[in-house]
Design a protein around this ligand. Sequence first.
Ligand SMILES: C[C@H](N)C(=O)N[C@H](CCC(=O)O)C(=O)O
Ligand SMILES: [Mg+2]
Length: 365
Amino acid sequence: MKIRTIRLGMLRIPLKTPFKTALRTVEQVEDVVVAIETDDGHVGHGSAAATAAITGDTHGSIIEAIRRYIAPQLIDGDITDLNALVARTQGALQRNTSAKAAAEIALYDLWGQLHGAPLYQLLGGGEPRLSTDITISVDGIDKMVADSLDALARGFTSLKIKVGKDMATDIERMRAVHAAVAGRASLRLDANQGWNAREAIHAIRTLEDAGVAMELVEQPVKAHDIDGLREVSANVRTPVMADESAFGPREAIELIRTRAADIINIKLMKAGGISNALKMADVAAIHGVDCMMGCMLEGPIGVTAAAHVAVARSATITRIDLDGPSLCTFNPVHGTTVFDEANIMLGDAPGLGIAKIDGIEWLNS
Ligand SMILES: C[C@H](N)C(=O)N[C@H](CCC(=O)O)C(=O)O
Ligand SMILES: [Mg+2]
């Protein structure tokens, strides 16, 4: 199974409601799609979200990185030697983790097709069902309460509440959501780097003292502020999870070694794809540290790949934030993966199980 052509396209999916974090507001998913075609007629699909505020990657940089640097390394490569293709992808250029992720996702899809098995089985197997939380965007307090109640009505039992805009209002946001939800869902707090360590400790302790139970607090301080993250972790009872501070295995090792975070959020777009995501989970497992499998605001292709990894490392990846498809107005990807609100079910088709994707705007090569 040799790689013959690599095509790029854009897949845009409007959201049900604007997605708002401390870092950005977005109204649609806009993924770069990569389709890797082989000499025997197989097609592997991958995708990348351009989350410039987090990874530094833009649509232009992702397209350029794949077209100019990664694709030339892969053409004529043989899928039977996945390790070599992954090494070439990772070595093609520095950083550009989203572009590398998209290419790797397509390569692993083809590898699954080569072996006639769903990817999660080739990665070690597991129960192919996951339950995801859903994001409640940072907004006015009444709107966040209404969105939380709507999420409960849709069957979600875990809410990821976005804060990090202004600490005093964030405390009120959490108090109001906690009161409205009244124990019917677990609450995860994601400040997306919006506080400093002092503010984070104050906000979290205030909420703890007020009886607002939080399953975890995600990335309270700036990505580079590892000392601040450690200070928060040491001074609150609620588990602290690193997201933007934890890109790949190197950062995961350092965060775990220095006890800067209790939990690691793994995302394919930060890690540079599946190979490093697996390493992050394995490093965490060695140290007995739990992980979340997360996603950017991205569509069903990348999220399907993340779900396969999460299933195959479910002993360590104990929390799932793969709500991208649930935030979208429709799913243009036809295949065996079912996204049904909180429930994600992987089918038994080879690779990622993608049969057809509607609405890709193919780019000229
Ligand atoms: C979509 C997912 N639930 C999420 O909240 N991811 C964010 C970053 C997403 C983005 O800005 O595209 C996170 O965990 O920080
Ligand atoms: Mg986060």
